[in-house]
Design a protein around this ligand. Structure first.
Ligand code: ARG
Length: 462
């Protein structure tokens, strides 16, 4: 028996222990077993259909693959680091099970097109799962938006009170973001869905294979058009991770708002026991750990995208072993993104907005100053710049007096602008302020209700 388990023909000696350690990917690519077996089945059936492989051999191989799949699913399969990766582990076991016919499966195929195929299948399944999870998150947000379409809260810019908005409108802002994220994943899926199988090592093959057939069998739209590109590119993984990174940024921003909203200074929302933790020393505490961890996951996910971008950037065509480093980054990104998504959905579902508390904050900080300026423009015909100035003086006066705008008297306001009438009070309340914002995309409760309905219908269709 040769000392080298994998490359017996060419190699007299075994790899150094450290070579085996740096080279082996089986510890993590065993995750690809189902995709690897699916790819092998499709390849084997195609080899038989094209007469490259006898029907008998094909049958034997397919039975062997079935058995291996069961062994792995039942935890009975012994993965070996010496055999490097999932492809060689399965092929080796096939040989043990069915003998020399196993050696015919690799005709007209290389591990390079094999791994690209497996990995695409894996990423495609992950995208499908993520899209379903994004739908759940969208539904949870739309539900909150509808229930609180008229709950008034302060809208911020620079985290300073700007203008009153509604909680429902705020929820729907995230619906827009996550819906775009979903479409990014679907775009990535559409571009990914071409089969690299049959590109072989890098140049294609001299065997009369049928790439259309394997593509169809594996649910791909068509075979890839260039063998070099097929084995050397990982942009499908990059694009999927980029979609995850962008969406993770959205998750992180929402998580940050939840951290702020649930803090003592705000108390805009109450979080459930299920998504918070206590402190080991301070009995009064309820910490928004899930939100904080979601916020942190974004860093890790962006890091994973960066990892693969940097791995890929200097590689000449076609395959280089560097590309084996794609998997851990992708698995880590997809696992953690999916976890963060599901946790966020749970947290949103449980979250209870404190409407009075939000309403009280919404009126503070002269949040209707813009409404006052708009009134001066609309009713008195002042140019907006002048109205802005007059309002500024009235705000300064209110600040001096320690009052809100609606608490000033008409006489006080008339000292700044004598033409102001009683009617001005109709725009100084936060209720009137939000109700007046009926421009398309604005925060008026009636808009929010309509928009929430639009999303509910859309989600029901998807
Ligand atoms: N385990 C390898 C990977 O993940 C499979 C491809 C190996 N190909 C090669 N030519 N060494 O990339």
């Amino acid at each position: 028996m040769t000392k080298n388990k994998m490359w017996g023909g060419r190699f007299g000696g075994a790899p150094a222990e450290i070579m085996e350690e740096i080279n082996a990917s089986i510890a993590y690519d065993q995750r690809l077993f189902a995709q690897d077996i699916a790819g092998s089945r499709a390849h084997c059936q195609m080899l038989a259909a094209t007469g490259i492989l006898s029907d008998d051999d094909a049958q034997t191989i397919l039975q062997g693959l079935d058995q291996i799949e069961q062994e792995i699913e039942r935890g009975k399969f012994k993965f070996s680091r010496e055999l490097e990766d999932i492809h060689m582990n399965i092929e080796h076991r096939l040989h043990e099970l069915i003998g020399p016919a196993a050696g015919r499966l690799h005709t007209a195929r290389s591990r390079n097109d094999q791994v690209a195929t497996d990995f695409k299948l894996y990423v495609r399944e992950a995208i499908d799962q993520i899209v379903a999870q994004l739908d759940e998150l969208l539904a949870a947000l739309v539900e909150k938006a509808e229930a609180h379409a008229d709950a008034i809260m302060p809208g911020f810019t620079h985290l300073q009170t700007a203008q009153p908005v509604t909680f429902g409108h705020h929820c729907l802002a995230y619906v827009e973001m996550f819906a775009r994220d979903k479409s990014r994943f679907l775009d990535a899926r559409a571009r990914l869905n071409e089969s690299p199988l049959g590109a072989a090592a890098l140049a294609g093959t001299s065997f009369p294979i049928d790439r259309e057939m394997t593509a169809r069998a594996l649910g791909f739209d068509r075979p890839t058009r260039n063998s070099l590109d097929s084995v050397s590119d990982r942009d499908f993984a990059l694009e999927t991770m980029a979609a995850a990174a962008i969406s993770a940024v959205h998750l992180s921003r929402l998580a940050e708002e939840i951290v702020i909203w649930s803090s003592k200074g705000f108390e805009f929302v109450a979080l459930s026991d299920s998504f918070t933790t206590g402190s080991s020393i301070m009995p009064q505490k309820r910490n928004p750990d899930a939100a904080e961890l979601i916020r942190a996951k974004a860093g890790r996910i962006i890091g994973g995208l960066n990892t693969l971008l940097i791995v890929m950037k200097g590689l000449p065509l076609a395959y280089s072993k560097d590309m084996q480093e794609d998997k851990e980054a992708v698995f880590d990104v997809l696992d953690n993104f999916s976890l963060a998504l599901v946790a966020m959905t749970g947290m949103i579902g449980d979250m209870v907005p404190r409407r009075e508390q939000m309403r009280a904050h919404a009126g503070a900080g002269f949040s209707t100053a813009t409404d006052l300026a708009d009134w001066l423009v609309r009713v008195l015909g002042l140019p907006f710049r002048e109205a802005h100035h007059v309002t500024g003086e009235i705000v300064a006066m209110a600040e001096q007096a320690g009052r809100e705008l609606s608490e000033l008297s008409l006489e006080q306001m008339q000292k700044v602008e004598p033409r102001i009438t009683e009617d001005v009070f109709s725009v100084l309340s936060v209720e009137n302020s939000v109700a007046s914002r009926t421009s398309f995309g604005g925060t008026a409760p009636e808009n929010v209700r309509k928009m929430a309905q639009h999303w509910r219908k859309k989600l029901a269709q998807s």
